[in-house]
Design a protein around this ligand. Structure first.
Ligand SMILES: Nc1ncnc2c1ncn2[C@@H]1O[C@H](COP(=O)(O)OP(=O)(O)OP(=O)(O)O)[C@@H](O)[C@H]1O
Ligand SMILES: [Mg+2]
Length: 254
């Protein structure tokens, strides 16, 4: 069965059409990448999958393991096994990362709830794997975190929550080379355990480690081309205009 199946999605924000005819389908363990110029609709696509209220789905379907989720609120989607990281993670002063994650884990995994001690063991194991200091992991969520620390924390959240489908929006932006390799390995390990990974990126570099099954190019709100991993390298070398035949790249607001 497909884990995530999106058909002919059409989405508007504040009355402006942002996405049209976007279709994509993923199986468990698959890693797909989405690349595309600035403003092409990648983050909107991710936000629509997660159910951000301002992304109005005008038509099309979003199925998670066969179940239509387009009318579910974000919390219910998370309970159904979806996880999303944000391009710009927000600070939540007063909420410790560990506490937040334990609550999130226990609400999304009601049958395998973890007590504080068990949870801490798991939390520390994953933090170590990502070389995140325990002190950082215990601070208030994202408060005063550097750009790279925020991104690593997003990956830590993903590992701890063990979602069935993840959407990662520019998880590699602003990471140093060692951190990049580390998080790519962690994402790949997660996929091997059965999670489907949809990763939005501007760079072929992370894909070298991740070895995606498919790469999709989103331009002007629609997927204009899909291919194997080599497509990402072609884009890095030649840019979008020369890699995507016959498609004029129209940048919005320009
Ligand atoms: N609230 C909004 N109101 C109007 N237009 C919006 C709104 N949110 C997004 N857009 C527009 O939708 C388009 C797609 O934006 P989106 O953030 O999805 O792009 P992106 O592909 O993620 O770009 P980037 O690579 O820069 O992150 C842009 O032209 C943006 O200005
Ligand atoms: Mg974006």
């Amino acid at each position: 069965m497909k884990s995530l199946e999106i058909k002919k999605l059409r989405v508007a924000i504040g009355g402006t059409r942002i996405l049209q005819d976007v279709s994509l389908s993923m199986a468990p363990r698959e890693i797909h990448a989405i690349m595309g110029p600035n403003g092409s609709g990648k983050s909107t696509f991710a936000a629509t999958i997660m159910g951000r209220p301002d992304c109005a789905v005008q038509s099309g379907s979003i199925r998670l393991f066969g179940k239509e989720i387009r009318k579910l609120d974000p919390e219910k989607r998370a309970h159904a096994g979806l996880f999303m990281s944000f391009q710009h993670p927000v600070e939540v002063p007063g909420l410790s990362t560990e506490h937040f994650l334990r609550t999130a884990y226990n609400t999304t995994h009601p049958r395998t709830r973890l007590g504080p001690v068990e949870f801490r063991t798991r939390f520390e194991m994953y933090a170590n794997r990502l070389r995140i200091s325990i002190d950082l992991a215990r601070r208030f969520l994202n408060e005063g975190f550097s750009g790279g620390e925020r991104k690593k924390l997003e990956v830590l959240q993903m590992l701890v929550l063990e979602p069935r489908v993840v959407v990662l929006d520019e998880i590699d932006s602003g990471l140093d080379v060692d951190a990049l390799k580390l998080i790519a390995q962690a994402i790949r390990a997660r996929a091997r355990k059965g999670t489907s990974v949809l990763l939005i990126t501007h760079y072929a570099r992370i894909l070298k480690y991740l070895k995606p099954d498919r790469v999709h190019i989103l331009i002007g709100g629609t997927i204009v081309k899909s291919g194997r991993a080599a497509l990402a390298n072609a884009i890095e070398r030649r840019g979008y205009e020369k890699s995507v035949d016959g498609t004029k790249i129209v940048r919005r607001n320009s």
